[in-house]
Design a protein around this ligand. Structure first.
Ligand code: NPQ
Ligand code: MG
Length: 369
């Protein structure tokens, strides 16, 4: 495949309501779209980084720079022999920057699959037509507001609730949701690294609430801390930020640092590495689920395809478009009895809406090959 152009396009989508996590609050999603053009095809992807390096070290301005000055030239040098499978080896000399690499690999994979008429789900090995949808619920100003939000999501049909937690917003919201909605609701929490191992006794107070898991309670580089914590609490430990590769996944499982993994293709450098994490976890009997980064329909489509693989046994943060956006960049993903449908068209299987794209674009630039 010979790439002719890579367009980098910054877009800004207002959120339907502010989303607060232990690392901050956002009221709009600024995203970086990667649009690859080849002689006979095109491909779209979305870089999952945020404007500020708060979830991880990557951030949008940095992604644009590293794509333009360090990654795209390496793809250019690969010439016509380039395939999606060869993107990661071509970029391996550049350390880190996985979200930027993932966006390039995904856009090129989309172009490649559109040419061959294969869907993302078909290529990755999805075995489900519909995937169960969970929803991530931000930190709120009051328990009443939280309960109203959770009630709304349950009424819409979401099959699993994830509460964002931090010190001072953990036991009370979990207790309130359990008391109001009962023991049958699939419930989990995500701390986004807000605790330390010294909080183990406090986190053990979540034990009676029968949570599916606690996600990333400790710092991303604290693998041994998670292993120790897992022996001190009954809630299963799930890792998100700590897992950047299949090798990390194997190490974490072997160390006992987690018994469940949140797979985010963006965090781990793309869908090919995400599938390797799926496979290594499956080989260890460790279930996985698909995380989310407030993707537009472009990133959401590919995530939903990945979530169709057989070891994605827990509902993901694969929510409907309306969870975040009144107007998505594609036809919206909608809940069907609590599930999202895996697209079946070529590539990611969704089309960008040109008028919406135009209206939401902040800037764009081309990298000519
Ligand atoms: C998580 N996502 O699982 C994240 C982190 C996250 C759906 O809970 C802007 C862009 C704000 C990306 C907030 C969910 C974000 C973001 C949180 C990602 O840890
Ligand atoms: Mg998380």
């Amino acid at each position: 495949m010979k790439i002719e152009n890579i367009e980098l396009r910054r877009v800004r989508l207002p959120l339907v309501s502010p989303f607060r996590t232990s690392f901050g609050s956002v009221s709009e999603r600024e995203a970086l779209l990667v649009h690859v053009t080849t002689a006979d095809s095109e491909g779209w992807a979305e870089c999952a980084a945020e404007a500020e390096p708060l979830y991880s070290s990557e951030f949008l301005d940095g992604c644009e720079l590293v794509i333009r000055d360090h990654l795209a030239p390496r793809l250019n040098a690969a010439g016509e022999r380039l395939t999606a499978e060869r993107v990661a080896p071509a970029l391996a000399a550049v350390k880190g920057h996985r979200m930027s690499k993932a966006a390039l690999e995904t856009a090129i994979l989309d172009a490649q699959l559109r040419t061959s008429g294969v869907s993302f789900g078909g290529y990755l090995g999805a075995v489900s037509d519909l995937v169960p949808a969970g929803v991530s619920v931000g930190i709120m100003d009051s328990i009443d507001r939280l309960l109203a939000a959770v009630e709304g999501y349950l009424d819409e049909g979401y099959l699993r609730i994830k509460l964002k937690i931090e010190p001072g917003w953990d036991l009370a919201p979990v207790r309130a949701v359990r008391e109001r909605f009962g023991p049958d609701v699939l419930l989990q929490v995500d701390a986004n690294t807000a605790y330390t191992l010294a909080d183990a006794r406090h986190l053990a107070r979540l034990d009676p609430f029968d949570l599916l898991l606690i996600e990333q309670p400790l710092a991303e580089d604290d693998m041994l801390g998670h292993a120790a914590l897992a022996t001190l609490i009954q809630t299963p430990v799930c890792l998100d930020e700590s897992i950047e590769s299949a090798r990390d996944a194997a190490a974490a499982i072997t160390l006992g640092a987690c018994s469940i993994i949140n797979v985010k293709p963006s965090r781990v450098g793309g869908y090919l590495e995400a599938r390797r994490i799926h496979d290594v976890a499956a080989a260890h009997g460790v279930p996985v689920w698909c995380g989310g980064m407030l993707e537009t329909g472009i990133g959401r489509a590919a995530n939903v395809a990945l979530a169709g693989l057989p070891n994605f046994v827990l509902p993901g943060d694969t929510s409907a478009s309306s969870r975040y956006y009144a107007q998505d960049l594609t036809k919206p993903f909608v809940l069907e009895d609590g599930h999202l449908r895996v697209p079946t068209g070529p590539g990611i299987g969704v089309e960008v809406l040109p008028d919406v794209l135009h209206d939401l674009t902040v800037s764009s630039s081309d990298i000519r090959f």
